[in-house]
Design a protein around this ligand. Sequence first.
Ligand code: CP3
Length: 354
Amino acid sequence: MTVLKNDRFLRALARQPVDVTPVWMMRQAGRYLPEYRATREQAGSFMDLCRNAELACEVTLQPLERFDLDAAILFSDILTVPDAMGLGLYFETGEGPKFRKTVRTEAEVQALPELSVEQDLDYVMRAVSTIRRELNGRVPLIGFSGSPWTLATYMVEGGSSREFSHIKSMLYGQPDTLHQLLDKLAHAVTDYLNAQIRAGAQAVQIFDSWGGALSTPAYMEFSLRYMEQILHGLIREHEGRQVPVILFTKGGGQWLEAMASTGADALGLDWTTEMQEARARVGHRVALQGNFDPSALFATPAGIRAEAGRILDSFGMGSGHVFNLGHGINQHVPPEHAKALIDAVHELSARYHD
Ligand code: CP3
């Protein structure tokens, strides 16, 4: 078992005492860092960067060199899973992710291959073990996957979407077809996260970025249920330590009680739900992660510090809070502003821990 030099993040997820509140940022490795843009240039395409274990490790560590972060997150993308299923992921500049093939009929769902993740996504597991080696116990490494529902939105729509018209037509018109797709994805995601854990991921996060687009009954039936299925299949202890699972449904504030019932260790919150309210509702069952509005990083460093202080105060005394953004960092944020946030969280949070 590796000795962790900084285990605040894992301690907060287990709601054990910490000296200060741990902090990391969703999308902490990315285009807002000039050194990321340089490595990305050197690699070629975004997927070339994901497939190169040495370079993926390099960009994972870049934000840790600049900021006093309490966790590293694997550099990869949620869309590697549908890509491995043969859909052909590519990125059109300025337009976000796209797939060459879509999945819209029952026949197309049935034709999707069952993944052998250790082979089909071997480059991800190589990146995980390379990063673990290079981190050398500095901070824990987070692995991740998209939720079945969120992955399905990209597969059915063929890319990013605002209205989700194709997948919602499937949801309301051919629910059995959508269930077959989600069940296939839940199996693939379970295998994928377990492979990341075996390769060295010390916590995992499920990104349900589009769960918030659903009605309450549709969320329960088409998103939460499959995340719960995944939770039941995950390795929960590895290398003599618990492997905590964080569920993040963007826009899921109204469903926290149901999310806490899945057996997840922590829930990610966006900025539309107050920490204090969330803690009162579910804080006795799970840790909470969040929930700084990423756009508030465009404020002055003094404004950023004040907003960080407000969120720490909203959570209040004691452990169980992992400070994070409520969604990914924007590519136009000045890196000094990210540093102001990380430093403020550590400086201002000591008084909430005895
Ligand atoms: O957090 C991290 O630092 C780890 C890396 C990470 C990336 N994507 C790198 C990335 C993680 C955890 C993701 C998850 C991801 N990817 C999600 C879930 C989180 C969320 O934002 O809701 C989603 C929906 C995706 C799909 C995706 N991939 C999008 C929407 C984009 C952006 C497209 C664009 O042009 O803005 C990507 C590409 C991507 N993934 C980039 C990075 C750093 C930018 C690609 C580049 O370098 O050009």
